[in-house]
Ligand binder design. Sequence first.
Ligand code: ZN
Ligand code: ZN
Ligand code: ZN
Ligand code: ZN
Ligand code: ZN
Ligand code: ZN
Ligand code: ZN
Length: 299
Amino acid sequence: MKIGNIANYLKTNKKKTIIIASVIAFVLIGGTSFGVVAVKYKLFCQHEWLAATCHSPEKCSKCDRERGEKLEHQWKPADCENPEICKLCGDTRNKPLGHKWTNATCEKPKTCSVCSKTEGKALGHKWEDATCEKPKTCKVCGKTEGKANGHDWKEATCEKPKTCNTCGKTEGKAKGHDWEDATCTEPQTCKRCGKTEGEALGHDWIDATYDAPKTCSRCGETDGDPLVYEDYSYDDYSYDSGYNNYDSGSSGKSKTEQYAEEFADKFASGAWLWDDDANKDLGETLGKIGWSALLGSLK
Ligand SMILES: [Zn+2]
Ligand SMILES: [Zn+2]
Ligand SMILES: [Zn+2]
Ligand SMILES: [Zn+2]
Ligand SMILES: [Zn+2]
Ligand SMILES: [Zn+2]
Ligand SMILES: [Zn+2]
């Protein structure tokens, strides 16, 4: 159909044309409107489903249409510092448990017994110096370092046991004095330390004799000289006037000594044949000089 024919047709079929045009207009307007609505409401979406989460089911990234169910949260238990956390979405619920602190010690800071987290610093030891018997020791925890110093012993003496110069500790017993008996001139004395006790005994004197001076029976000490024979006069004796003639000067001996020697000779020879007078004289003489002196001369 040529264009001229179409125009003719339109002229001759005016009514029809209006109807047709109306239909065309209606279709165009309606179709367009539908298209707009379809696009607007995404009636013909090629869905691209996003995975479901805890908060939403599967969802189309283009049209936001959803399908299926939301996921369940998967809760990870709470710990000291974190509340329960969903492993999937990171949501939290409830509160952290809080740390269970153990107090700081000498060597460890305040520490959580559950998670081992620490806070602050260890307290450090409070050292006490080493002594004779204990090494350097912490007052708080008892930890030790190094060795004890050991005692500085001073040997036992007569009156004190073995004793530590540093701490005064003793061991064993005192030795006790090593006494040496008292003598005439010294009191009882300790051989080790020189301590004395009591007093000296004093000499035990035996009187002087004609042979020996005054002498101590214990220590033998002497004092002075032996007794000296008295030079008796025999002038009155009739026994043997010859004795009266002894010369006290020439022999260095007294008459008595000479007499005693004479007597000793007679005694030794058994010449005891004296008369009564002689016995009487002898008796008197002995009475005067004493037996001890006479016997002393008989040695
Ligand atoms: Zn979609
Ligand atoms: Zn979740
Ligand atoms: Zn903790
Ligand atoms: Zn300590
Ligand atoms: Zn000591
Ligand atoms: Zn002593
Ligand atoms: Zn004495």
